[in-house]
Ligand binder design. Sequence first.
Ligand SMILES: Cc1cc2nc3c(=O)[nH]c(=O)nc-3n(C[C@H](O)[C@H](O)[C@H](O)COP(=O)(O)OP(=O)(O)OC[C@H]3O[C@@H](n4cnc5c(N)ncnc54)[C@H](O)[C@@H]3O)c2cc1C
Length: 384
Amino acid sequence: MQLTPEHESVRDTLIRFIDKEVNPHVDQWERAQIFPAHQVFRRLGELGMLGLTKPVENGGAGLDYSYGAVMAEGLAHMHCGGIPMAIGVQTDMATPALAHRGSRELRDEFLAPAVAGEYVACLGVSEVGSGSDVASVKTTARKQGGDYVIDGGKMWTTNGTQADFCVVLANTSDGSSHKNKSLIVVPMKTPGVSVARKLVKMGMHASDTAQLHFDSVRVPQRYRIGEEGMGFIYQMEQFQIERLWGALNAGAMAQRAIDTTVAYTRERRAFGRSILDNQWVHFTLAELQTEVAALRALSWQGVQEVVAGQDATRTATMAKLKAGRVIRAVADGCLQFWGGMGYMDETPISRIFRDGRLTSIGGGADEVMLQILSKFMGTFPAGH
Ligand SMILES: Cc1cc2nc3c(=O)[nH]c(=O)nc-3n(C[C@H](O)[C@H](O)[C@H](O)COP(=O)(O)OP(=O)(O)OC[C@H]3O[C@@H](n4cnc5c(N)ncnc54)[C@H](O)[C@@H]3O)c2cc1C
């Protein structure tokens, strides 16, 4: 896909912001296991970065997804994976359905402030007992008068301790599990919403992750996104953007791993020459670079399909699967060439190793991607 000066301008603005206002604080935010989401998002909102692909009437720029893709890649310039992920949740995971299917009133109330960076969004799909099997979520939203009363809970909710609203997938009837769900916007200050605990993770430290409880949470029915019973379908649509975002961001993170490893191994010496001058080292890095280029080509094919208005499910699924494999191979392969320093918390490669590991799990595990792809291939056994 041909990138224009406008794409470059988005990237340059983002990189300048990251260099000046994010990277100098990343180590401190990683240690604190949280970053000031409202502060960072407000600045991103002022720069127009949270609404590149969102409707103009909600304060967005109304651009096509190629601009969102440039941002997904550019965010990997941050010296951690957690803050990019938190921003990705805001732009590409919790709000696509709201932007495409939400009523005008709902978009005015929740999307516009999310685009401005005044509100932080989170996505409540996974539950303690339901991650891969999304259709099995247990949270219910029962109609009472003009309201829904929501009971249940969500698990691993990114931005969960800081968010202003959560887009919750809940069962709104007892019917078939693919047709009984709705996506509902739940303001986090509503009585009955509580953060049960802030989860401690192996990586993505600057990003806060929460377990949420909903105890008789009452929200008006107009907070439902789109049609009742269509929540599972809307979430599957929304997953395509989430997965493409994950592939683009992980690919760019893998590129940063290679670049930083080339720089380190060029300087570090053993046996009278630089580590990089060993053929095993520069050949391995060339091999990994090829993997990253192949991933990027696949991801951008998906972007092109989205821009053309085609169904990108198959390509986004392949890209997400490949991204999980590639970031693991690259992070592990590169870390090896850092020797003891690779095992130190202070080096960029050890953070990429920890943060990148999530790609094969979050947004649907590799095996779930393989299941979807098997269905496309007609090889998935009937009745499963
Ligand atoms: C840091 C982090 C942030 C997250 N953020 C969010 C968020 O903001 N919102 C949200 O809703 N969720 C979020 N998640 C949840 C994430 O999407 C789930 O963890 C993921 O979908 C996997 O679900 P699970 O953990 O329940 O795994 P399980 O369903 O318990 O599966 C465990 C493992 O079993 C294997 N497996 C599963 N199904 C199959 C199969 N059919 N065939 C073969 N093997 C299989 C896979 O290897 C899988 O990893 C986050 C998770 C993490 C760790």
